[in-house]
Design a protein around this ligand. Structure first.
Ligand code: PGA
Length: 217
């Protein structure tokens, strides 16, 4: 198997020294597998090295211009970075990103030659398939999706395997990763039924993340 494993460091760690330290510890294992490291983008230039795939956790939907604080897909691509996480639930909820903005970001990312990983998933109590339908309706079938139910993110309550299976078959031929409280214990189960993993908290622990990488046999 050569499943895709994405490390989403989110807004961590707080210093470049710690980021370098973490990266050094996972680098060798990441080289062996289909792993994409997504550190905070301000650290990218200091970490980028031969053979390792990198991604960012967000991008803007314009190439350039008067958009203070934003980073364009073309800038990301020009660093040699090829992946971008788009529409993470933390961005949808905390930063109020809409489905429309997410589509614009996907389009611009694809135009720049990046591979987007688009996060989808329901909140507790919501109808999963209704939410997913709405989130994916304008997304091309070739785009990689990450199913991350909100109630499973950072809670330790990972989604039941049966639920993820249902979502995978609902999404038919699309490439689907699973994310939400992935750890070295549950990773093999999700890898068996999906195309890979989006790992948050556990990707900040070098031992735990290395075990996750290496369980993809
Ligand atoms: P988690 O985060 O692994 O810490 O639950 C996953 C994510 O938010 O992508």
């Amino acid at each position: 198997m050569n499943k895709l494993i994405i490390a989403n460091w989110k807004c961590n760690p707080p210093t470049i020294e710690e980021a370098k330290e973490l990266f050094e510890k996972i680098k060798d294992n990441a080289l062996e597998k289909n792993v994409v490291i997504c550190p905070p983008s301000i650290f990218l230039s200091s970490l980028i090295c031969e053979g390792i795939k990198f991604g960012v956790q967000n991008c803007f939907w314009k190439e350039k211009g008067a958009f203070t604080g934003e980073i364009s897909p073309q800038m990301i691509k020009s660093l040699g970075v090829n992946y971008v996480i788009i529409g993470h639930s933390e961005r949808r909820n905390i930063l109020k990103e809409t489905n429309e903005e997410i589509i614009q970001k996907i389009n611009e990312a694809v135009r720049a030659g990046l591979t987007p990983i688009v996060c989808i998933g329901e909140s507790k109590g919501e109808d999963t398939f209704e939410v997913l339908n709405n989130q994916i309706k304008d997304i091309d079938e070739n785009i990689i999706l990450a199913y991350e139910p909100l109630w499973a993110i950072g809670t330790g309550e990972s989604a039941p395997i049966e639920k993820v299976k249902e979502v995978k078959s609902f999404l038919k031929d699309r490439k689907v990763l699973y994310g939400g409280s992935v750890n070295s214990q549950n990773a093999p189960n999700y890898l068996e039924i999906t195309d890979g993993l989006l790992v948050g908290g556990a990707s900040l622990n070098s031992e735990e993340f290395s075990k996750i990488i290496l369980c993809d046999i």
